[in-house]
Design a protein around this ligand. Structure first.
Ligand SMILES: Cc1cc2nc3c(=O)[nH]c(=O)nc-3n(C[C@H](O)[C@H](O)[C@H](O)COP(=O)(O)O)c2cc1C
Length: 192
């Protein structure tokens, strides 16, 4: 089938599905959580993680104030929570109270860590740059919280235990199952 050239680039969603995560932050006695689909690992050494968020988000103000943020990876059973924190404004409500979000204690920062996350990073903000209508916030990972049993010995997510939350766009969510996993060794496949 032939592809067409789109007349309208506009808001582009062709790079979805993306893992939908919850970014947490706190400052001056206020804490908050928001859904984020635009996020990426940036570097191993030091361990850097990037999130792209609009400066309109209440979470952005908290991160700029405290210079810290949390990155929380949730199982598919928590997809509704992702939609809830992504559909409400911390300026108007206390999301932790409203959505009854359970927390774990952070160890290196003051950011809230979500109890239901199978993995979470505490990050110290090291860079904040504007690109178009979003800001790329880069954090150094200073602590990693892990649900040990969610990961196989080779440190890949064990899909028999945890299904991650993928966001397709247009308020649609999906996950992946263990049956779809293919083990394709790059050393073998790179030499074919
Ligand atoms: C699945 C999903 C993914 C989202 N991804 C992003 C994102 O990557 N960057 C962003 O700025 N907003 C994103 N949003 C929107 C924010 O989560 C939303 O505006 C939220 O209400 C902001 O909360 P706050 O104002 O309390 O910080 C996303 C929303 C949803 C539902």
């Amino acid at each position: 089938m032939a592809k067409v050239i789109s007349e309208n680039i506009g808001a582009y969603y062709h790079h979805y599905p993306r893992l939908a995560i919850i970014v947490t932050a706190q400052a001056k006695g206020r804490e908050n959580a928001m859904a984020v689909a635009w996020h990426t690992a940036i570097s191993f050494s030091p361990s850097l993680y990037g999130i792209s968020i609009s400066p309109k988000r209440f979470t952005y103000q908290l991160i700029v104030n405290s210079k810290e943020f949390g990155v929380n990876f949730l199982p598919f059973e928590q997809a509704e929570l992702v939609a809830s924190v992504g559909g409400s404004k911390g300026e108007e409500i206390d999301k932790f109270h409203q959505f009854d979000i359970a927390k774990d204690k952070p160890v290196k920062t003051a950011v809230p860590i979500l109890k239901d996350a199978y993995a979470a990073y505490e990050c110290k903000l090291i860079d904040d740059k504007g690109y178009g209508d979003h800001r790329l916030l880069v954090g150094e990972i200073v602590a990693v919280h892990l649900l040990k049993e969610a990961f196989a010995p080779e440190e890949t997510l064990d899909l028999a235990k945890v299904s991650p939350v993928f966001y397709l766009g247009s308020e649609r969510y999906a996950t992946v199952s263990r049956e779809t996993v293919k083990h394709l060794d790059r050393e073998v496949y790179g030499k074919r």
